[in-house]
Design a protein around this ligand. Sequence first.
Ligand SMILES: [Zn+2]
Ligand SMILES: [Zn+2]
Length: 241
Amino acid sequence: MSFYETFLEMIFPKNLKCRVCGRESNESHYSICASCVRSIEYINPPFCLKCGKPLEDDSLRKCYECKKHHYHFVEARSVGTFTGVLKKAVYRLKYKKDVYIARPLAVLMAESFKHLDWPEADIIIPVPLSNSKLFKRGFNQSYLLARELGKLLKLKVSDRHIIRVRDTDSQTKLTRAQRWENMKGAFEVFKKEALKGRTIILVDDIFTTGATVDECSRTLIEDAGVKEVYVFTLATAKNIT
Ligand SMILES: [Zn+2]
Ligand SMILES: [Zn+2]
């Protein structure tokens, strides 16, 4: 079976309910129906060449935030904007604990990934959750996406190299600058030797300000000697709040 056939099979198998809209139809999918998939707001040009967020003006190469801020990762890309179907799907995954939705979401990620001109990566690493968060939720949604993506791309996935030593999730009341400051030292790397000189794909569910993935990237590069980090997320928040 070709990759595309596998893709169709994963996304459009028969007689299953769509995990996003609940509809049943002949073109029913593994878990996300064709009409939901079609309604995804995919990232198309123009987008910021650094963080991958959509741009209004195609004469720009980078968004306002990327012009004034230095990120440690090479570039970040996402399947689509954190709206509509992708927003509902992430909500189902994280809060309704619908872990089975990770597979079709990873299929969408794999499909988008094929269009990236990134160098061959050595390993996929999901952004870790803090232990308290992990205990509360029972799973790390980014690990589930990374694991399925790894299977589809035939790449090694490891959630054992980086851990979150500080919970920094409740920072909605902080200003943008405070958020970045607050992220510092949130992660710790293990088995550094195995990561030295490697090219890593860092996977997360949503790219918001980029503060989390950037601190993860910084830690991997500065503490473990990782060569390059590429960030790949399912969705990207359109507007930074
Ligand atoms: Zn649907
Ligand atoms: Zn940007």
